[in-house]
Ligand binder design. Structure first.
Ligand code: PHE
Length: 349
């Protein structure tokens, strides 16, 4: 190859390269120019490979010439590349700019489930009277749920509650009363405990849910009377539902209390006048109660052959849903489980 021809070729390359560099409209497009001219398979590399065709004397000169042209073009390339990149970055920043004065996304605040809310309030009131919380398993053995509570096998009282059986020995607890037994087995009186929690019965309609909540109370001491029970519950009801609400005790039967009483409160909706909520009686039932049956003390080993009256106590069990429905004038127990936020979010945290 003669030098003239090479110079001609360099000129051509230069003019084409300048044109494409000029015309590239993005840094990405421009990068292709780099590959095409300066890359390993590029035009300049191809030219260098032809150096062998020149004489030994000419070679350094020709090589230098090619390199000079390449370097000059590379500089033009770099200037254009930087320019394109800067304007691309500016365009991007412009497009993605943040207006810090715009209001942020609304953060919705959660609230407690009404059952939890009411349960906390009940625990709060009773805690102020010296009761503290205990808990127990949801799956209970026959012993804790029935036997030790003086409800033997085949006793008619077993039919008072429709039980979900897990197997021959275990049930889903039908009430929170098994925690009375667990506490008496493990702790020394005097004691005052509360057991709020989930219970299960095979029952379902507008006022009954197969899974609902109760709160159990148990007090054991040396001298405990029905008057103590009445005083505590009446005070609790006034604190929870309002000063004007009265409490009434109706004789009843529970195998683990003797005597036993059902607890009613005067209807807060009609103030005792009689309305649909209280079935025109002026009273609403909130739970069961009574003095601890000495048999329970025997079953739990608290009292052996000695004086069965060594310890006395009272117990009560209220339905949480029921208390919530009375307090807030609700008429369908299923609302608690329907997950309608319009309903659920009305309760304070
Ligand atoms: N456990 C009883 C029930 O679920 C309620 C109760 C508790 C009654 C404590 C008396 C004493 O029906």
């Amino acid at each position: 190859m003669i030098k003239d021809k090479l110079e001609q070729k360099l000129k051509e390359i230069k003019s084409v390269a300048l044109k494409v560099i000029e015309e590239a409209s993005s840094s990405e497009e421009l990068y292709q120019v780099k590959v095409r001219f300066f890359g390993k398979q590029g035009e300049f590399t191809a030219l260098m490979k032809q150096l062998g065709q020149f004489s030994k004397e000419e070679r350094p000169q020709v090589g230098q010439l090619i390199n000079q042209e390449k370097k000059a073009l590379e500089e033009v390339y770099q200037v254009r590349f930087d320019l394109l990149q800067t304007s691309e970055l500016n365009a991007k920043l412009e497009k993605e700019s943040l207006d810090l004065t715009l209001p942020g996304p609304k953060l919705s605040q959660g609230s407690q489930h009404p059952i939890q809310f009411v349960m906390n309030e009940i625990v709060d009131i009773l805690s102020r009277m010296g009761f503290s919380v205990r808990s127990g398993p949801l799956i209970e053995s026959d012993w804790y749920n029935f036997e030790a509570l003086n409800i033997p096998q085949n006793h008619p009282a077993r039919d008072m509650q429709d039980t979900f059986y897990v197997n021959d020995e275990y049930v889903l607890r039908t009430h929170t009363s098994p925690i009375q037994i667990r506490t008496l087995e493990n702790e020394e009186p005097p004691l005052r405990i509360l057991a709020p929690g989930s219970v299960f019965r095979c029952d379902s309609d507008v006022t009954h849910s197969p899974n609902f909540y109760q709160i159990e109370g148990l007090l054991v001491d040396k001298k405990v009377s029905l008057a103590d029970l009445k005083g505590t519950i009446s005070f609790f009801v006034k604190e929870f539902l309002g000063d004007q609400i009265k409490t009434r005790f109706r004789p009843s039967y529970f195998p683990f209390t003797e005597p036993s009483a059902e607890v009613d409160c005067s209807c807060p909706i009609c103030k005792g006048e009689g309305c649909r909520v209280c079935s025109h009686t002026g009273w609403i039932e909130i739970g069961g109660s009574g003095l601890v049956n000495p048999k329970v003390f025997e079953y739990t080993g608290l009292v052996k052959d000695e004086d069965p009256h060594k310890w006395q106590g009272y117990a009560f069990g209220f339905g949480i849903e029921r208390m919530a429905m009375i307090k807030y004038g609700l008429n369908d127990i299923r609302m608690f489980n329907e997950n309608d936020l319009r309903f659920l979010s009305q309760f304070n945290r």
